[in-house]
Design a protein around this ligand. Sequence first.
Ligand code: ZN
Length: 429
Amino acid sequence: MNPEIEYASKAEINNFQIEKLKALLNYLSTNSAFYKRLFKTHQIDITNINSLEDLSVIPTTSKDDLQQYNDDFICVPKNKIIDYVTTSGTLGEPVIFGLTDKDLDRLAYNEAISFACAGVKPDDVIQLMTTIDRRFMAGLAYFLGARKLGAGIIRVGNGIPELQWDSILKFKPTYIIAVPSFLLKLIEFAKNHNIDINASGIKGAICIGESLREQDFSLNTLSKKIKDNWDIELYSTYASTEMNTAFTECEAQEGGHHHPELIITEILDDNNQPVAEGEAGELTITTLSIEGMPLLRFKTGDIVKEHSQKCKCGRNTNRLGPVIGRKKQMIKYKGTTIYPPAMHNVLNDFSEVETYIIELSHNSIGTDEIRIKIATTTPTEVLLQNIKDHFRAKLRVLPKIEYCDKKEIQVLQFPKMSRKPMMVIDLRK
Ligand SMILES: [Zn+2]
């Protein structure tokens, strides 16, 4: 199940992608109202695009574009669409993605090779601890991928530790797919109910939604907490609806592997120029072999580093490091650039911190301010000092930190329509 192209030379991968890109440009210039217009407006002759570097002459596509011209991105008549997926937009209304029969095959292939990358074999059984419906793409992708690979899958859905453990003990899955912080809930439940987690037969967890590692791939606090209690392998997977593609870690666990047949990646700076090798920048993607809603140079909003050295697993494909943060949540604070996930990591190191919220605002001279409100049952000066020292050590800057009532924080965390707690409130204009 591991495609040969992943082991080919960098030059071969590059040439392979150029051919795929040319096919995409042809397809878009025939079928996409949005990109036809874009090529015309910017006088782009697609026959002049003969390398991946040539892509830079094409303007990037933003999430606002998807929202504003949603229908113009869809390249097939409605009767070709099998599955409808939505993703939250920037301006309120969700963006609709339509997947054709072929797109679903592609999605299955994508997830099957991602599973294979993480060591899942046809004999394995996967317990799915994420939602499969609600117009999400991920759960469906996991189901289709497991089926394509020939592995078993138990669709438990998210939450409900009791049902998860019931299924683990009943069906003896070997892998689980979950949000890593949920694994802590599973550990807690097992402890409280005398379940021997290390005898459960689970070999590994494929983790979505939250980072497992620091930028040097060492375990972060969250994954250390998991591994201290549960002797399983943790593989990070990073994906989005817009990408229709996952970047999943191999056994080396040093970043999610790029699949050259599915997607082209660029890492761009604030001026849409490629960053220097290994630098952090915004992941910008071009999807390959998609019929329904292919995207060209779509800016994902995620800040990542791309690693291009050959991987220990033998693959030559690039790897994406843990997501550093969302571009729009970038904070310029006292001369340092930081993103909320780095602050989550610092705060997660303190078991005394029950909950918290990070408030971002502009001060009177228009620069960024950070105020962290913390709830704890032990609001001592010593604890506050320890947290401050840890911030200085880890991030080299110290935000304003104050104790706050737990209820007050919870009100802030759950504004109207919010499905999960918000840990960051951005009051900046
Ligand atoms: Zn690898």
